[in-house]
Write a protein that binds this ligand. Structure first.
Ligand SMILES: [Zn+2]
Length: 140
């Protein structure tokens, strides 16, 4: 989800009341497969119908709208918005082959991780495209 640019926080599912509180206070939606919890949270939650991540992604994109989706804008670890950095600044900080084969780099201001559009990135793009295309097909 973070890779899609959603503002996500993981909460232990052991404590439903805590999930409810976090969802309300942070004005986020709780993604859950727990029907009781979803009923309790009402509009603050999305009850995930599928066990499969791709279907869950699709459901979330359908629910919150495609516009809320901003791929690769957040650190996958810290959930912080990435900042783009000049290519010259990452020289020596990322593997040489990455530096020579990529033009655009971002950094997480929190943990200092560098991000670039690598193989993993392309794989995720493919995944996201399938989700988005699935959405478009449904609206036809
Ligand atoms: Zn980070």
């Amino acid at each position: 989800m973070r890779i899609l640019g959603f503002d996500v926080e993981y909460v232990s599912m052991c404590d439903p009341s805590r999930v409810a509180r976090v969802a309300r206070q942070s004005r986020r939606k709780a993604l859950t497969r727990n029907r009781k919890l979803a009923e309790r949270l009402g509009e603050d939650s999305i009850l995930l119908e599928s066990e499969h991540v791709r279907d869950q992604l699709q459901q979330v994109v359908n629910t919150v709208g495609h516009g809320a989706c901003d791929p690769f804008s957040r650190c996958n670890v810290c959930n912080v918005k990435l900042v783009s950095v000049e290519r010259a600044r990452v020289k020596g900080r990322v593997p040489e082959y990455v530096y020579t084969t990529h033009r655009e780099f971002s950094i997480c201001p929190s943990c200092g991780r560098y991000y670039w559009q690598g193989t993993h990135w392309e794989k995720m793009c493919e995944e996201i495209r399938m989700v988005v295309e699935g959405e478009q097909n449904e609206s036809k």
